[in-house]
Design a protein around this ligand. Structure first.
Ligand SMILES: Cc1cc2c(cc1C)N(C[C@H](O)[C@H](O)[C@H](O)COP(=O)(O)O)c1[nH]c(=O)[nH]c(=O)c1N2
Length: 207
């Protein structure tokens, strides 16, 4: 398969307009779209082809409410680390859409999956989490291409999420993903707009 300029342009647009979304409309997502997202996430690369990501779709309002309470506690605890103007700015940040997003996924990494037969990770076990991160980013882009937004939430006590979902002991919680139709689209991160952290260019050192 050879790609042309139209493909490159489309990819660039999806990347430019992908955002971490925290404001959602309640419109439900069609099951066939959710199935496409699931299948596209599986296109991600992974160490040894181990595919260590594990995903639980959480529809239960009771579980979502507990996760929101978990978030609020973790958010307040993290807020203790800021002082003065930064503490005021932190208090104003919206860092999740758990109360709004129609589709919510708990994502885990299997700590020692049989798949992949250990290839590529013996000296770098972190590659399992790296693989899950790649799957999340693949899902993030796939969602954007479906005109959906995804918000990644890590302001959580991971052990409490594992207990709540009663997951196997070899699953490690990685992130809570909120997915839905965004209330607005933007080509600039919310944290940049809010003045918390602007986009900084990265330079590539040459040796
Ligand atoms: C590993 C990881 C963990 C988190 C995030 C991202 C990643 C990669 N981000 C989203 C993050 O704030 C966002 O990606 C940056 O601000 C850049 O914005 P865009 O994603 O480009 O819109 C995020 N956002 C948020 O509101 N609450 C959160 O807990 C987290 N946690």
């Amino acid at each position: 398969m050879d790609f042309e300029q139209t493909h490159r342009d489309a990819l660039t647009e999806v990347l430019r307009w992908r955002r971490d979304v925290r404001h959602f409309r309640p419109d439900p997502i069609a099951e066939e779209v959710i199935e496409r997202l699931r299948a596209t996430m599986d296109m991600a690369p992974s160490v040894g082809n181990a595919r260590p990501w594990r995903v639980i779709r959480v529809d239960s309002p009771a579980i979502r409410a507990e996760v929101l309470a978990n978030f609020n506690a973790a958010r307040d605890a993290a807020g203790q680390g800021y002082a003065g103007e930064q503490a005021e700015a932190y208090a104003k940040l919206k860092l999740q859409g758990i109360d709004q997003a129609p589709l919510q996924l708990a994502v885990f990494t299997h700590r020692d999956p049989a798949a992949g037969h250990g290839l590529g990770r013996a000296s770098m076990p972190v590659t399992l989490h790296q693989s899950t991160a790649m799957a999340i980013h693949t899902l993030w882009l796939a969602a954007r291409a479906e005109n959906l937004g995804l918000g990644m939430v890590s302001v959580l006590d991971p052990k409490a999420v594992e207990r709540l979902l009663n997951t196997p002991p070899d699953w490690e919680f990685v992130a809570w993903l909120c997915i839905g139709t965004p209330e607005f689209t933007d080509d600039t991160p919310l944290l940049h707009r809010a003045g918390w952290q602007e986009n900084l260019p990265t330079t590539w050192d040459v040796r």
